[in-house]
Design a protein around this ligand. Sequence first.
Ligand code: IVH
Length: 709
Amino acid sequence: MDLFSQIENPEREEILALRKELEQANYQYYVLNAPTMSDYDFDQKLRRLQDLEALYPDMFDLNSPTQHVGSDLIEAKGERLKVKGTEKGKGKGFAQVAHRYPMLSLANTYSQEEIEDWLRKLPANVEIVCELKYDGLSISLWYENGTLTKALTRGDGVKGDNVIDNIKTIAAIPQHMQALESEVQIPDFVELRGEVLLSWESFERLNKEREAQGDALFANPRNAASGTLKLQDPNEVARRGLDCYLYYMLGEELPATKHYDRLQIAKQWGFPISDAVKVCHSLEEVMAYIHYWDTERKNLPVATDGIVLKVNDLSTQEELGYTAKSPRWAIAYKFPAEKQLTRLNAITYQVGRTGVVTPVANLEPVQLSGTIVQRATLHNEDFIRQLDIREGDMVWVEKGGEIIPKIVSVEPRTKSQEPRPISNDRTDEGDKSLLLAPYSIFPKNCPECGTPLVRVEGEAAWRCPNEASCPPQIKGKMEHFVSRKAMNIDGLGSETIDLLYSQGLLHNIADIYDLKQDDIARQERLGEKSAQNMLAGIEASKQVPWARVLFALGIRMVGETTAKKIARRFPSIDQLQWANVEQLTAIDDVGEQIAKNIIAYFNDLSNLEIINRLREAGVQMESQEEEQAPQSDILQGKSIVVSGVFSHHSRDEYKAMIEAHGGKNVGSVSKKTSFILAGENMGPEKRKKAESLGVEILTEEQFLELIKN
Ligand code: IVH
């Protein structure tokens, strides 16, 4: 394969684009609990990616979302994560523990034909266990000598967060297995896997409370359960009332040779096992089960999103084995999305932080998969044109994975509503007198500030170009500026920005550094203490290095990594300000459009004024020498292997510490290795090798002690 055809081939590009999109969707779903893509869309895209990867085996990549499950680790990507939302105590992180057995996902399908195909390919006369697919989050419970010792989330499938204190609040989960009820002896070790859920009732109660307190609402019970399980306050978790069903048993010397029998034994040990589990012997029985539960599930107290089919016999399961992501002995059939017809009452327009104007459908409220829907995005003008959608139309709304509703089609209009010319043509509004029904025109001016909108060639979006004074854009810029990966200003969140903006105290990012204790403290919702916190956060932000300041400025398309690369090439803002397109595009990752955006940014006088004010306030506008220099040379000349799962810092953080103290990170143990920094569950091979070579093994604590001195 020559380089040229690799670049030109749109399918290869699609593979890369899909991988990126799905990674992002996984992150939104598992880590932030704020999904942006419906399960259905995700599954379709994943399937497309699988098909394309099969066509281009040379593009195989272990990091592709087809090869691993999404990660819900609080410290995903090696960084402490501030989880969005107003949840108290969130985001502190849990101890990460390696799974004894990888936690996989399930292959799934929305097609009954594919279920038939899957069944046909199995050995003749196999028994199939049918179960409900509960829509919560998976949990792995470890019982050692009958006592619950660990409760791990799926994490990245290899290691998970130990959320045992929260799990102990779930009444359905026994902290000690019951020996008496069961004839079967309790094993030394057994792992039970299942789903943690929040009932529809608890979900609705929780959302009502949140609404009353002005907190963001959870989109569905799954998100609510996931957000709850990651709280740091077990009392609050207990109050919310999580529930659980278990569906799988793992271990070395366990009783029974069939999955179904194991579940029944688990039930006798006191575990919550669903009564809906059934052994089926034919395709007909399986289909009858699916059809029965497709309707009946609406009467269940908890959310389900499909049916799981599993081969009953455990040795047959073993023969069938696993793919990288899922067992071959199981498959999930997902229920088709529910659709509803409702009236599109009005189209309104929302201006985002980058100035993009998004049309929003305001619908006659309808009940859909257990939640009420009254708004849906219309994406952009092209989408409105393609569906030929107008105010007053009856539209079909669908909730793919029961998350974000979308409009999928428009009901044909009745005679009395026609004729209706395409009205959103910006050069000619059309003759309104011809119209019998209300209709929509994409606005010519920004609904927030009145500035004429522009449409960048090649982009679908209309944009408000008034970056400097359009309210949602100003507020969005400030929110970005204070965010964790930018200036990381504690005590100044989006609500406070809103408040201070409406009080006329903040107009742009430079104003943040002019805030005075009294100005803040006299606000009704703030007071002395918050004022002190905020000012301390603002003061601390003056130490934020230049690369992050550059990211914080919010120049369009200059993300965190790009900013780092630019800052390395241009170690001060004075140098960057005069850079031309050639110099900029010579930097890795910087294309022509980014270069133009940077130049346009510095050509705008209001930006230069802001930069000057930031500089005067003491914000870092150039690299400090210490940024590159090591913090000490205590590890000078040492080659160090980092292995295992850690609880105080992530593996990447340890690697960064080693470098900052002059040491070198190496991947494998040899006689040149100075020592191994070992966490929990360090690989047994590495340990053996280290012992045979006499290489010293340090624990996390010993290592931290070492660099402290
Ligand atoms: S079995 C190795 N059974 O669905 C296979 N999973 O999409 C383990 N789920 O991660 C999964 N109900 O969180 C199984 N009855 C059930 C299930 C179930 C819900 C979840 C589970 C899994 C996900 C896969």
